[in-house]
Design a protein around this ligand. Structure first.
Ligand SMILES: Nc1ncnc2c1ncn2[C@@H]1O[C@H](COP(=O)(O)OP(=O)(O)OP(=O)(O)O)[C@@H](O)[C@H]1O
Length: 269
């Protein structure tokens, strides 16, 4: 297991020629005013891995993932996706990655089907392939009916699913998903899990953030814990949880408070 005090592992190299990582972040930094959201963060995601990113609220997960995929410009450091520099070679990097951002802004006045068609054509995919993939994705994600509904009328879970479909449409090699299971019903969550597992089995990689430790334990072979904008532990799931549950390891690593029963006496009276 790597901790922030360990020397960088051999996986964390430098330069685009190191192609052993699906995603490699080096000394990534971002400040918002006085607030350091991401603090010289290093992270290496092996190819063919199902990688879970966990951390307390405000730890910097969304900011990190946004910089990793080219949605937010870092103040410092670099991000590579399968050897492509996200900020020097954005077109190549964006061919390789599919992204489900947190709270993604969507064209609200399109139907789900139109959204996927528009996304595919913008990606430069021929219209026949776009039409075929669109129908397949709508079917698999149980959105066939919703394909005729305007996105503005979608529920939170439907938004996640159509966002995931849009992320997968161009056949990326890496999926970066911010809270992909949030607000998704259990049946759809099972479908998404199976789709992602097949994607990884085929040699691709998934990075996703979640607050649901049981889900991360169930799906991921690799995990990183982020706190205060830094990776405080990273590596194979079994090494990070070190014989305990991931939840216990998480609380231990981030120094969680065990209290909560004291105070708020007015509420319990
Ligand atoms: N656009 C912004 N402007 C100012 N501060 C920001 C902005 N985006 C994020 N932050 C701050 O940066 C820190 C990291 O936020 P971030 O959203 O990356 O955390 P997170 O780990 O994804 O949190 P959560 O688990 O609650 O979603 C927080 O303190 C947040 O308030």
């Amino acid at each position: 297991m790597e901790t922030e005090f360990d020397p960088p592992s051999p996986r964390i190299g430098s330069g685009a020629s190191d192609d052993t990582s699906a995603m490699r972040l080096e000394s990534l930094g971002k400040r918002f005013g006085d607030k350091t959201a991401v603090d010289r963060l290093h992270l290496s995601v092996p190819r063919s891995s199902f990688f879970g990113l966990v951390g307390p609220n405000g730890a910097g997960k969304t900011t990190t993932l946004s910089m990793a995929v080219g949605l937010l410009r870092p103040d410092s450091g670099s991000a590579h996706i399968l050897g492509a520099d996200v900020w020097q070679d954005p077109v190549r990097a964006k061919e390789l990655v599919g992204v489900l951002p947190d709270g993604m802004a969507m064209p609200e006045r399109l139907t789900g089907r139109e959204l996927l068609t528009y996304t595919g054509l913008l990606r430069g995919i021929d219209s026949g392939t776009v039409a075929q993939r669109t129908e397949e994705l709508l079917d698999v994600l149980e959105l066939t009916e919703a394909g005729r509904t305007l996105v503005v009328d979608y529920s939170a879970g439907m938004r996640k699913k159509i966002g995931l479909a849009a992320a997968m449409l161009h056949g990326p090699k890496l999926l970066v998903l911010d809270e992909p299971f949030e607000a998704v019903d259990p049946v759809s969550a099972g479908t998404i899990r199976r789709i992602l597992q097949r994607f990884v089995t085929a040699g691709n990689a998934v990075v996703f953030s979640s607050h649901v430790m049981a889900l991360v334990e169930q799906l991921c072979d690799q995990v990183a814990v982020i706190a205060s904008g830094r990776v405080i532990a990273s590596g194979p799931l079994d090494e990070v949880r070190a014989g305990t549950s991931l939840e216990d390891a998480f609380v231990h690593l981030v120094g969680g408070r065990t209290g909560g029963g004291e105070g708020l006496s007015w509420l319990a009276s």
